[in-house]
Design a protein around this ligand. Structure first.
Ligand SMILES: Cc1ncc(COP(=O)(O)O)c(C=O)c1O
Length: 361
């Protein structure tokens, strides 16, 4: 078998090798049926069983209560930026948003197209190096919902706490940290996550929504964006992204085999601790984020001299350490260390960083 590189891409991100191997083995002939999952009718008994098992495994992994629907939709997380206000924000209502970086900003901009948005707090006051505490938030009494992004994939800023929303439904963009550690789903009205980090292939978005929030869509809400219609049709109002859904199911099975999100938490903690420790111990690499708000999944860092960035990336690639270039809006480096990457990947990265520092520091 050809050697697999360590892929630190922020998304589409590394998938577990075992998952890809199983998909390869089943590609032409799924379990003796003589056809690929890609070629199955989404209404067939076989495919419905694949889809239902994926949902059940996700429910098991996150202990999703029975009064929540799990939807497998299309359009990525970005489509949710519009879908959420179209479904949950009445014309005369107010939606509260917390702004902690590029993704929450995009959600805010999109929601403004549909109604009144109140930005309750912004991490801009801390140059995006820290998250304002909830005592600093200017919440709207009776807001339609409160939205935040639990992990800002680009800035590397992550909540290590869940906001207190009272009776207001809490809506969270969990695209880049879902399944990285246990969560209490009952704290949320709606959780959404683009698949291409910790779930599966891009294009798919998973929405976990409390049942009482269904049926509130505005009359202008397109049929395809209406959560209730999606829920009533088992996410098959139209032809779903069948293969992506199947692959996500293989990832959920893999996660269960690994010991679930509790095991992931342990492994992810070890990974991020090792990497931040290496950064903090060096005079050459820096990450400016306040320690309690540092992302477990996306670790941005800078070299002491940005003129060395290119050499760093070339050397990394030669060692099979791929996609370490930071987002174009931030520069520097970023190591995305999602579930599919083991501690060995971070050990290889840290060893290379030390070697590079010795040579150029
Ligand atoms: C936190 C977050 N939200 C939203 C998105 C947008 O996802 P998509 O490209 O699936 O629309 C991303 C993509 O990287 C993300 O990291």
């Amino acid at each position: 078998m050809s050697k697999r590189a360590y892929n630190f891409c922020a998304g589409p991100a590394a998938l577990p090798t075992e998952v890809l191997e199983r998909a390869r083995d089943e590609l032409l002939d799924w379990q003796g049926k003589g056809l690929s999952v890609m070629e199955m009718s989404h209404r067939s008994d076989e495919y419905v069983a694949i889809a239902e098992k994926a949902e059940q495994d996700l429910r098991d992994l996150l202990s999703i209560p029975s009064n929540y629907k799990v939807l497998f939709l299309q359009g990525g997380a970005s489509q949710q930026f519009a879908e959420i206000p179209l479904n949950l924000l009445p014309e005369d209502g107010v939606a509260d948003y917390v702004e902690t970086g590029i993704w929450s900003k995009k959600a805010i901009e999109e929601a403004r197209r549909f109604g009144n948005v109140n930005v309750v707090a912004s991490a801009s006051q801390y140059d995006y190096f820290a998250i304002p505490g909830q005592n600093e938030w200017n919440l709207t009494p009776g807001a339609a919902y409160l939205h935040y992004a639990s992990n800002e994939t680009i800035g590397g800023l992550e909540f290590d706490w869940v906001p207190e929303a009272g009776d207001v439904p809490l809506v969270v963009d969990m695209s880049s940290d879902i399944l990285s550690r246990p969560i209490d789903v009952s704290r949320f009205g709606l959780i959404y996550a683009g698949a291409q980090k910790n779930i599966g292939p891009s294009g798919l978005v998973v929405v976990i929504v409390r049942e009482d929030l269904l049926g509130r869509a505005r009359s202008i809400c397109p049929t395809m964006l209406n959560y209730k219609i999606a829920a009533d049709n088992g996410s098959m109002y139209n032809t779903p992204a069948t293969y992506s859904w199947y692959l996500s199911g293989l990832v959920f099975q893999w996660l269960k085999d690994q010991g679930g999100v509790e095991a992931m938490e342990k492994r992810n903690r070890a990974k991020k601790d090792l990497l931040y420790k290496a950064i903090d111990a060096s005079e050459f690499y820096t990450n400016p984020i306040q320690p309690s708000a540092r992302s477990w999944m996306n670790v941005p860092f800078r070299l002491a001299d940005e003129k060395l960035d290119k050499a760093f990336l070339v050397g990394a690639e030669a060692r099979g350490l791929l996609n370490l270039k930071g987002h174009r809006s931030v520069g520097g480096m970023r190591a995305s260390i999602y579930n599919a990457l083991g501690l060995d990947a971070v050990e290889a990265l840290v060893a290379y960083m030390a070697e590079f520092e010795k040579e150029h520091g």
